[in-house]
Write a protein that binds this ligand. Structure first.
Ligand SMILES: C[S@@+](CC[C@H](N)C(=O)[O-])C[C@H]1O[C@@H](n2cnc3c(N)ncnc32)[C@H](O)[C@@H]1O
Length: 282
């Protein structure tokens, strides 16, 4: 998908669905953001950009983490997600230190030297030319600035994608084998590729650490509902879009069978495999 297609995607039905689900995603991914903030050595940063900030929940966490002297600019291409972010900060005590910008982070003309931290929770894997995008953001970073983001490891390493996808594939065929580097949630799964993108974009001291938490997906009072929630995100959601209800029910049935052992305390507890990536401006 080109950047133009990404803009269409994140402003169309998919973006609107993400915006509606933002509270759920914020709850589910909040422990990941907390761990990334703990992991990255960013405490002294004063001017941060949150790349692909979506509904802004992690922008708020970042502002709180950096303290009262820091400001955070959330940048995103999705108008529906940014509307959620604006509504969220209207209620936040830290609102004055947070602002949002509707822009393509890969090409927007940011003023040189205007940030000392580039941060992202799962918002940097969607650029069609990653080196161009990171070079553009690097040019907005001070020479002592830092980069910290998280991205997904391969689909097959993530229980929350592998297990439901295997079940779904009993009833639906995969349209084609996707290009593993194509922009999308798993585009940064290969750490060697991430390293080379970042060093070609003007970053050094690159470190990539694995983080594998159990994540609470599909919070719901029973397994059936929980499975239907999980099917609305990730690769299964793309696979079942447009399928008739008979096929969908078969997919849900197969998912229920394999996911039964993972349903605990009102949610599916499934292992996520994540990279924590940190670097310095070189
Ligand atoms: C998976 S969502 C993550 C949202 C948020 N960071 C979170 O963790 O909830 C990816 C976000 O990246 C945004 N995005 C994709 N391409 C972008 C670009 N070129 N510039 C800025 N944002 C972009 C999308 O609109 C979307 O909000």
């Amino acid at each position: 998908m080109s950047n133009a297609e990404q803009i269409e995607y994140w402003n169309g039905d998919a973006g609107k669905r993400w915006a509606q689900e933002d509270n759920t995603m914020a709850r589910l991914l909040s422990p990941v953001c907390a761990a990334l903030l703990e992991h990255a050595d960013i405490q002294g940063s004063r001017k941060a950009m949150d790349i692909g900030c979506g509904g802004g929940s992690q922008s708020l966490m970042l502002a709180q983490h950096l303290g009262p002297e820091a400001s955070v600019l959330g940048v995103d291409i999705s108008a529906p997600m940014l509307q959620v972010a604006q509504e969220k900060i209207a209620l936040a005590v830290d609102a004055a230190r947070l602002s949002f910008l509707e822009a393509d982070a890969s090409s927007h003309s940011f003023a040189a030297d205007s940030f000392d931290l580039l941060f992202s929770r799962f918002g940097v894997m969607f650029f069609d030319e990653p080196v161009g995008a990171f070079s553009n953001m690097r040019s907005a970073l001070s020479d002592t600035g830092k980069l910290a983001f998280c991205c997904w490891q391969p689909l097959a390493e993530n229980d929350w994608t592998r297990i439901p996808l295997q079940a779904a594939l009993q009833h639906v065929t995969m349209p084609e084998t996707p290009d593993p580097h194509a922009p999308g949630p798993f585009a940064f799964a290969d750490p060697q590729r991430v390293r080379s993108i970042l060093s070609d974009s003007g970053f050094g001291n690159i470190a990539i650490e694995s983080f594998t938490p159990d994540i609470r997906f599909g919070e719901a009072p029973n397994l059936q509902q929980s499975v239907r929630e999980l099917a609305m995100i990730g690769p299964v959601s793309r696979l079942i879009t447009g399928q008739d209800s008979e096929v969908m029910e078969k997919v849900f049935g197969a998912m229920e069978e394999v996911l039964t052992p993972y349903y605990r305390d009102g949610a599916l507890l499934l292992r996520g495999a994540i990279w924590f990536v940190t670097a310095d401006a070189a």
